[in-house]
Structures are given as C-alpha cells and as structure tokens.
Design a protein around this ligand. Structure first.
Ligand SMILES: CC(C)(COP(=O)(O)OP(=O)(O)OC[C@H]1O[C@@H](n2cnc3c(N)ncnc32)[C@H](O)[C@@H]1OP(=O)(O)O)[C@@H](O)C(=O)NCCC(=O)NCCS
Length: 170
C-alpha cells in the first residue's frame, strides 16, 4: 500500500470508496458522497490535500482536508475519510491520516479540525477543540469535535470554527 495525491483518473474510484464506506440500507446515496461532490466543486477544495491509498493498484481509501476558518483565520477541516469495507482495519485509515497531517504541516497550515471518535483520532494527537478555545459549529458535538495543531499553530487562534459551506447541508 502507498499513499499519494489523488489524480483526475481517481475521482470515480474515490466516489465509489466513499459510497461503500458509508453505505447504509436507508441511504441509497450516503450524505458523505453528496458532500464530497459538493466540496470538489467548491472553492474550498484543496487538491494538494486530497490523498488516496492505493492497494495493489486499486484505490482502497481516501482522505481530504478542505478550507475552513477559526474566527475568520484559515485552517483545515478533515473529511470525509473513507476506507473500502474489505480493506478496513488493515492500517489504511492510519496511513491516510498520518499522510494528510504531514502534508498539511508541510504546507504551513496551523490546524486541522474534524468531527469524529476521540478513541480513533486521539492516536494522531487530536484533542477536544474546546480545550484550545475553539468552538464547534454545533455545541452538541462536545468532545467529538477535535483539533490537531501543527507547527504553524499559535495559541491566539481561538473562536468559532466554520467548515467549508458544503458541510452546512449535511
Ligand atoms: C474509520 C475508518 C476510516 C478507519 O480506517 P481503517 O483503515 O479501517 O482503520 P485502521 O486500520 O487504520 O485502524 C484500525 C484501528 O482503528 C480503530 N478504529 C477503527 N475504526 C474505528 C472507529 N469507528 N471508532 C474507534 N476506533 C476505530 C480500531 O482500534 C482499529 O484497531 P483494531 O483493528 O486493532 O481494533 C474506516 O473504518 C472507515 O472508512 N469506516 C467507515 C467510514 C467512517 O466511519 N469514516 C470516518 C468518519 S470520521
């Protein structure tokens, strides 16, 4: 397995992996697929931070960070993160998150925010955003709204977090 930037040839496979990862009987098209499509068409899409994991030449996972803001300052929002069901629990998600955090750090981004399980994301250095004075878009998210600070982070970066607008429709 290796992680690389998404290319135009990967777009359909990335969509299929996202659909499979989030498939549910009551959702013919998972909300994460609609979100991914809308993000891709938005000005907040960051092609340098859309990465795929390729296993045996096939796209097995995908992660993207898009432009978000804290108190009006540019930061990143992570997601969707998807691993195709047959490849889950084999380290693909782990590799994708490490890779996108490294890329974001190299691009001198200060911070990555996400909504997800603290049990899963804690291992990457994510912690409750509220502890750093960063407010979730929805206060009900509590400790599930997390941030990972990067080298360019400054403790003055506080305030309300806003995802890229397509997240508002989810
Ligand atoms: C969540 C997901 C991205 C993890 O990727 P993965 O490649 O399966 O995970 P990895 O192999 O890198 O890591 C596996 C470890 O993470 C943990 N883990 C995996 N999914 C988890 C979850 N939903 N909650 C908490 N811990 C989780 C487990 O401890 C697991 O270790 P174990 O197999 O020894 O128990 C993947 O399972 C997936 O696409 N799930 C469906 C879509 C989804 O929920 N996306 C994330 C939205 S925030």
């Amino acid at each position: 397995m290796y992680v690389r930037r998404e290319s135009p040839q990967d777009v359909a496979a990335v969509r299929a992996v996202t659909a499979a990862a989030f498939a549910a009987p009551d959702r013919p098209v998972p909300a994460e697929v609609t979100l991914l499509d809308a993000l891709r068409d938005s000005k907040e899409w960051l092609p340098r931070l859309s990465l795929v994991a390729a296993v045996d030449g096939e796209v097995a996972g995908h992660v993207v960070c898009t432009r978000g803001h804290v108190g009006g300052a540019p930061v990143l929002g992570l997601g969707p993160l998807s691993v195709t069901p047959g490849r889950q629990r084999q380290g693909v998600g782990l590799a994708l998150v490490h890779a996108v955090l490294g890329a974001a750090d190299a691009l001198e981004e200060p911070l990555v925010a996400l909504l997800g399980s603290p049990a899963y994301y804690g291992r990457f250095g994510f912690r409750a955003a509220a502890d750093l004075g960063i407010a979730a878009p929805d206060p009900a998210w509590g400790a599930y709204f997390q941030v990972r600070t990067l080298n360019a982070y400054d403790a003055g970066l506080t305030g309300a977090f806003a995802y890229a607008p397509p997240f508002d429709a989810v």
